[in-house]
Design a protein around this ligand. Structure first.
Ligand code: C5P
Length: 325
């Protein structure tokens, strides 16, 4: 077998700009409405199909190097579905923290699918890649598209949206204790416990409200950065902010005072928008200026884990696959 190229893929993290949860469906998943945005915090995957059989995974950083890793499961599913013969060798450099709501595992899986789709003798159609991604996790399809994405259904029904402004994004989560990984199934189970009365009717009201808010909110995020120097969005930001929130936030804030403390700290640093991402444990603050963002990240790092990233538009996301020798 002629050896295939070795691909290096940037597996970008995501944040959720709003997350509305509706009713639990018969398949156990919840209907939701969210906008996902890729950011520059990223893992790296090097993917190669060699002579032989099976899958191997080596990891630099903190992630399991076995079949429990979603990157491994993505390789197994793609190899089977797209008749990829050979040994799939993966090397993962892990930077995105697990259980943070940043989509790290899902992004690694999406990166593996993107590379293996290129090695398949009969390249799969984009829709087939998205469908395979949805089998691996609800966030995987959005992380196959990159940029700004509307996620409906259980999150896997994805629609690309026009790019937003190049916001700086400060991420923070508590160290140890309260900052330990938050399990997504547990977060949804907790949500069910506290919201027993969500009927499909209430759900559709939630969905309508979210969709109309999206119309109001996105133009604010697209505004030229010079207009958003301080914490107000041009079109009455604080009012809009009150609408497109993350439904998991009150639940997570009740777990430890560290969460509201971080929230307040980001607000005090003049972030234009502060929110939990996914089901936590990370929160993000958006800043128009690099300097303010860097300062906020440095202050938070005294006590918490923090990162300074930027929004990654789809054009940059698509350039994230390269051939390495
Ligand atoms: O799709 P993903 O693997 O991320 O889902 C993990 C778990 O989170 C699911 O098994 C389910 O318990 C919960 N979930 C949900 N509704 C969603 C997405 C996830 O209940 N829309």
């Amino acid at each position: 077998m002629a050896s295939a190229p070795r691909y290096r893929v940037r597996a970008y993290a995501k944040i959720n700009l709003g997350l509305n949860i509706a009713q639990r469906r018969p398949d156990g998943f919840h209907e939701l409405r969210t906008i996902l945005q890729t950011i520059s915090l990223a893992d790296d995957l090097v993917i190669e199909v060699r002579r032989g059989r099976g899958i191997s995974l080596t990891v630099t950083g903190d992630a399991p190097a076995d079949s429990s890793n979603l990157a491994w499961r993505a390789a197994a599913l793609a190899a089977e579905s797209w008749a990829i013969r050979g040994h799939v060798a993966l090397h993962l450099t892990k930077r995105i923290p697990a259980g943070a709501g940043l989509g790290g595992g899902s992004s690694d899986a999406a990166a593996v699918l993107r590379a293996l789709a290129l090695t398949a003798r009969r390249p799969p159609a984009p829709a087939a890649v998205l469908a395979l991604g949805a089998q691996l996790g609800s966030d995987v399809p959005a992380l196959l598209l990159g940029g700004t994405v509307l996620g409906l259904g259980r999150g896997e029904e994805v629609y690309t949206l026009a790019d937003l402004a190049p916001w700086h994004c400060v991420l923070a989560m508590p160290r140890g204790g309260a900052g330990k990984a938050i399990s997504t199934p547990e977060a949804y189970a907790r949500w069910d416990l506290h919201h027993p009365g969500l009927t499909p009717l209430a759900a559709s009201a939630t969905i309508m409200r979210f969709c109309s808010l999206v119309q109001q909110v996105l133009p604010a995020f697209r505004a030229p950065l010079t207009v958003t120097r301080n914490r107000e969005f041009p079109s009455g930001g604080s009012k809009v902010h009150a609408g497109i929130e993350n439904d998991f936030q009150p639940e997570v804030f009740s777990l430890s005072p560290d969460f509201p403390r971080i929230h307040r700290q980001l607000q005090r640093a003049s972030a234009a928008w502060v929110s939990l991402t996914g089901s936590g444990a990370a929160q993000f603050g958006l800043f128009a200026e690099a300097g303010r963002a860097a300062q906020a990240a440095a202050r938070l790092a005294v006590r918490d884990r923090s990162w300074h990233a930027r929004f990654v538009p789809r054009s940059q996301f698509l350039r994230g696959v390269s051939v390495v020798s």
